[in-house]
Design a protein around this ligand. Structure first.
Ligand SMILES: [Zn+2]
Ligand SMILES: [Zn+2]
Length: 267
């Protein structure tokens, strides 16, 4: 350990994950809802959440993971004026609705923005926004992407009633991170293959315990996610994509925490 007790890796090559948004597809509070969590979110705001997005920064690069409808407001709040690349997990509104504002943003910047969106989600994005390639390089990675010294490896995950989504395994400056906001019924084999040896797992959990008919569900609840992390054993887990079924004042087991809008995790 270096002087001051800091890990020398951190001093030399800081990697920073900032949660711009930590909510589920409807955000918190939900427009129409008067439940305890939504009522709290309207007053003290502890559970108030924009939809999900994470900034990943390391020396020389800043990358955005997902582009929710609140993106512009969240980037302004953090005074972020440039992005080097964007990686999208899938083409649902809560993950891509902010791409329209990014399209406007790149009009005023010199370099075209590289936006990565894997496989079938790529086609869905361009069906919805066919004009994006006029100002953005919309990449369709079907394998690992090497970018500014980091590697982003997309992989498909089951997304329950919503079909499929993608997640990313990221290796940067010696750290291993998985960003997997939307998944359900993740097979053990996939956990063993993709979620091994992680420094941080960012995992979506919409409810504490979701009792809805399984055929209607699309994202893990906290109880299912804890079973998944018991198998994968990441060093640290951050739950995000939190709906109004999660009050983040509740406690979690060691090495697990709830994200909130603005949470910064230094690796
Ligand atoms: Zn989602
Ligand atoms: Zn989704």
């Amino acid at each position: 350990m270096a002087a001051g007790g800091q890990d020398p890796r951190t001093v030399m090559n800081p990697v920073l994950l900032t949660f711009l948004g930590s909510g589920d597809s409807q955000g918190v509070p939900r427009w129409w809802c008067d439940c305890e969590v939504c009522a709290e979110a309207r007053t003290t705001g502890f559970n108030r959440r924009a939809r999900p997005a994470v900034l990943l920064e390391w020396p020389g690069a800043r990358v955005l993971l997902d582009a929710p409808p609140e993106l512009r407001e969240r980037l302004v709040a953090h005074d972020i004026r440039s992005l080097d690349a964007v990686f999208l997990t899938h083409s649902h509104n809560d993950h891509v609705g902010g791409i329209v504002d990014l399209y406007d943003f790149v009009r005023w910047t010199a370099a075209p923005l590289r936006v990565h969106v894997p496989s079938r989600s790529h086609d869905m994005l361009l069906e919805r926004y066919p004009w994006l390639p006029a100002r953005m390089a919309i990449e369709r990675p079907d394998g690992p992407v090497d970018f500014a010294g980091a590697r982003f490896e997309p992989f498909e995950v089951p997304h329950g009633a919503n079909g499929f989504a993608y997640a990313y395994r990221i290796e940067v400056a010696g750290r291993r991170i998985v960003y997997m906001p939307d998944s359900l019924d993740v097979p053990d084999a996939l956990v063993d293959e993709r979620l091994r040896d992680l420094d941080v797992l960012v995992l979506g959990t919409s409810f504490w315990e979701e009792r809805a008919d399984r055929s209607l569900r699309s994202v893990l609840d906290v109880q299912e996610a804890l079973r998944l992390t018991a198998r994968a054993r990441p060093r640290r887990t951050v739950f995000t994509h939190l709906g109004h079924g999660v009050d983040r004042r509740r406690t979690l087991p060691a090495c697990h925490e709830f994200a909130f809008d603005g949470l910064a995790v230094e690796l």
